[in-house]
Design a protein around this ligand. Structure first.
Ligand SMILES: NC(=O)c1ccc[n+]([C@@H]2O[C@H](COP(=O)([O-])OP(=O)(O)OC[C@H]3O[C@@H](n4cnc5c(N)ncnc54)[C@H](O)[C@@H]3O)[C@@H](O)[C@H]2O)c1
Ligand SMILES: O=c1ccn([C@@H]2O[C@H](COP(=O)(O)OP(=O)(O)O[C@H]3O[C@H](CO)[C@@H](O)[C@H](O)[C@H]3O)[C@@H](O)[C@H]2O)c(=O)[nH]1
Length: 430
């Protein structure tokens, strides 16, 4: 099939390369000329394991990129993979989606055959039908259900394993309102579903598909927060929370994934998506108490970590090493990293901060140009009065003699990754 993908970021590039891999002809439309040129040169514009190889294999053949929306007219289906950031009050900001829909609609005005537009971005319920579809109809002159169909296909990939997650999904969710749209979506996913050895395919409505994405992310974020709540109680009783959480994870009704207690969840999705569904729920008159509590627990974890630090070291004037700046290991992404509120609080307390991350230093430097950065964990620890461990990079588990160079060897571990040893004052958050 001929597919077009509007937006060529983490999601747009990954799905374009993977759709090409399963046999479709794909064109990526992006307003960023550098992104388009990079893709057409056979390189991936983002770093994801396996993506470079797929782009190199298919670019110039089944995969191409352009800044010209006209390319969508030669395709059967368009996926919108545009950013949906947060407004200051947590509401979803749909301005980029609306701009993309306007450009797409204007282009479709010159296409005679019917077209299917599928929302891939994470959007609050009813956005596709009540915001995107009217723009498409107005700009294209087409009529929904006649020569225009809409669909919603939420994406569940994680950064750091995007290709693997997309090609081997736990489930595929196809939201549509007409049999024609459902049939086209099925045809798009058939080769991927066959290759992935038949994961469940959930055929549902468009608004249901939109809500499934928020339910998924909200549940996972709340699961981590509940694990943190339990771990915090364990800490007060001096009970090993890892033993407790791994034991409850053995109950198949609970499951062991996403019970990792620590300094909490960050990243480009959980914080904005939980905020967006809370704001949307309030707009329709519902107070989502559980999701609000999940945010509250998450916001408290960095504060608790600093509290642990203060039990041993006064941050005022102290040299504090922050180990881990990325929002999780395996990525250089620092968006909503837990290191951000921690470094802000340390600077407010007049600490002298030295940050280290294996790959995310440059991105963190954009946010905090004035703190010091080290090239290794050992360099960050050298002369430090305390160390805060914020990201669970595996290399932090191997730190050993590096602690000997600290001025006072106080290690406050927000991820329970450092191996306890003699000669350091080790304090874990949970
Ligand atoms: N990043 C993830 O792990 C992930 C996973 C699942 C779902 N999502 C959702 O997918 C959506 C996209 O997220 P992302 O992380 O891929 O975003 P991104 O910021 O990585 O990429 C967005 C791309 O859109 C392009 N763009 C902006 N305006 C445009 C326009 N008018 N026309 C064409 N291109 C335009 C940008 O140049 C950029 O390349 C969001 O709704 C996000 O919540 C993200
Ligand atoms: O047990 C755990 C698991 C994760 N985290 C934290 O949770 C955050 C998010 O981690 P993860 O879910 O691995 O990363 P993302 O790439 O943000 O992926 C999430 O967000 C994407 C965008 O919506 C979804 O597609 C994915 O399904 C969803 O897992 C990170 O800060 C992790 O450190 C924990 O604290 N404990």
């Amino acid at each position: 099939m001929q597919l077009s993908i509007v937006g060529s970021g983490y999601v747009g590039t990954t799905i374009a390369a993977c759709f090409a891999e399963v046999g479709h002809d794909v064109v990526n439309v992006d307003i960023d000329e550098e992104t388009v040129a990079t893709l057409n040169d056979g390189d991936a514009p983002i770093h994801e394991p396996g993506l470079d190889d797929l782009v190199a294999e298919h670019a110039g053949d089944r995969l191409r990129a352009t800044t010209d929306y006209a390319a969508v007219r030669d395709t059967d289906v368009t996926f919108l993979a545009l950013p949906t950031p947060s407004e200051d009050d947590g509401h979803i900001d749909l301005s980029i989606m609306k701009a993309g829909a306007r450009s797409l609609g204007a282009t479709l005005a010159e296409k005679d055959e019917p077209h299917l537009v599928v929302t891939k971005s994470t959007v609050v319920p009813t956005t596709t039908e009540e915001v995107i579809a009217p723009i498409l109809e107005e700009e294209s002159g087409k009529t929904l259900g006649e020569d225009l169909d809409i669909g919603m296909n939420p994406e569940f990939l994680r950064e750091g394993s995007a290709v693997e997650d997309f090609l081997s999904p736990d489930k595929v969710v196809l939201g549509s309102e007409t049999e024609r749209a459902a049939g086209t979506l099925r045809a798009v996913f058939d080769p991927l579903v066959a290759r992935a050895e038949d994961p469940p395919v959930v055929e549902t409505g468009v608004a249901e598909a939109e809500m499934i994405k928020y339910a998924n992310n909200g549940f996972l974020a709340a699961k981590i927060s509940l694990a943190n709540d339990i771990a915090n109680i364990c800490k007060e009783y001096d009970i090993d929370s890892e033993e407790v959480l791994s034991a409850i994870g053995l109950d198949h009704r609970i499951g062991s994934a996403f019970l990792g207690a620590g300094v909490g969840w960050g990243g480009s999705c959980f914080p904005k998506d939980v905020a967006a569904i809370i704001a949307a729920a309030r707009d329709v008159g519902y107070d989502p108490a559980m999701l609000e509590a999940a945010v509250e627990v998450n916001d408290r974890q960095p504060v608790r970590l600093l509290g642990r630090l203060r039990e041993h070291v006064d941050p005022d004037g102290a040299r504090v090493a922050v180990l881990g700046l990325a929002f999780k290991p395996g990525t250089d992404d620092v968006r909503n990293s837990r290191a951000i509120p921690l470094v802000e609080a340390l600077l407010d307390a007049n600490a002298d901060v030295v940050g280290y991350d294996p790959v995310a230093t440059e991105n963190f430097r954009d946010e905090f140009p004035d703190i010091e950065y080290a090239d290794s964990a050992g360099e960050a620890l050298d002369g430090a009065d305390a160390a805060l461990v914020v990201t669970d990079w595996p290399e932090f588990a191997d730190l050993d003699t590096e602690f000997d160079a600290m001025a006072t060897p106080v290690v406050v571990d927000g991820r329970r990754i450092v191996t306890r040893r003699d000669g350091i004052v080790y304090e874990s958050l949970v």
